[in-house]
Design a protein around this ligand. Structure first.
Ligand code: ASP
Ligand code: MG
Length: 260
């Protein structure tokens, strides 16, 4: 089963209308890929707002309850995106981390993925659904809802790709790919079309606003999965993006460019 994993972050879903926009990108990609899983983050600053809300009750709220609260951000996004796809005539279903079979350790707010049992995802794909998965969250073996640490939905996307044996993950960001400096602040930032995992990790660890979470890069490296980072803006016109890969550039570029 060849599956495309697409990941959309908080910046791509800044308002309700953005779900209709990203639904169009997904539909465009569905012309090439029969099976698509989309991992989505909470809208804009939702996670920050929820954490702040908790602090209006208690300066040091119980971690379990914080996980119950902040996991809601991604649930809002997953349901709205599935509605947008269905509105546009596509079959789609959304799943929480728990429904997706993302099993984690039990340390609240910083849980690690220990297993993925993607039975429901696979069944939904077989039934021709575009599957939307809430990033950043899972369930412990004690059946408690957990979250993976800030920025954790990138890791959810890579872990699902590994579990479904996908060839690569497409990350949709508000920049065209990976630069040495933040391109929104530095006009002279250098763009990278191709990066090794090691170089990507170095750039990301130096950055105050990393484009990808370092943990997802390590997971992709361990599983020889290629990552592409591209912009969700002007999707159809965009030819520029970054590929992070262990494979030879030529081979990956050929595969990736065949798909756009
Ligand atoms: N919404 C979560 C956060 O803001 C997870 C993520 O964006 O990856 O940290
Ligand atoms: Mg977020």
């Amino acid at each position: 089963m060849s599956v495309l994993i697409m990941k959309f972050g908080g910046a791509s879903v800044n308002g309700a209308k953005s779900f209709l926009k990203i639904a169009e990108i997904i539909i465009e990609r569905s012309k090439e890929f029969k099976k698509i899983v989309v991992v989505i983050s909470a809208m804009g600053k939702t996670t920050n707002k929820l954490l702040k809300l908790a602090r209006t009750i208690d300066d040091n709220p119980p971690k379990r309850e914080q996980d119950m609260l902040i996991s809601v951000g991604e649930r809002i996004s997953m349901s709205l995106l599935s509605m947008a796809l269905q509105k546009k005539g596509k079959k789609s279903i959304s799943f929480t981390g728990s429904q997706s079979g993302i099993i984690t350790s039990s340390n609240h707010l910083d849980a690690k993925i220990i297993d993925i049992r993607p039975k429901r995802i696979v069944k939904a794909l077989e039934d021709d659904n575009i599957v939307i998965v809430a990033g950043f969250q899972g369930v412990s073996e004690q059946k408690e809802i957990t979250t993976l640490g800030r920025g954790g939905s990138d890791t959810s996307a890579v872990a699902i790709a590994v579990a479904l044996r996908a060839d690569f993950v497409e990350f949709y960001k508000d920049v065209a790919g990976i630069y040495d400096l933040d391109p929104k602040k530095n006009k002279n930032a250098k763009f990278f079309q191709k990066l090794s995992f090691e170089k990507a990790l170095k750039i990301i660890q130096k950055s105050s606003h990393p484009v990808l979470h370092p943990r997802c890069i390590k997971l992709a490296l361990d599983n020889n999965l290629s990552l592409t980072v591209k912009s969700f803006k002007n999707f159809k016109k965009q030819k520029k993006f970054t590929i992070i890969s262990k494979k030879t550039f030529k081979k990956v570029v050929k595969n990736v460019y065949e798909l756009i």
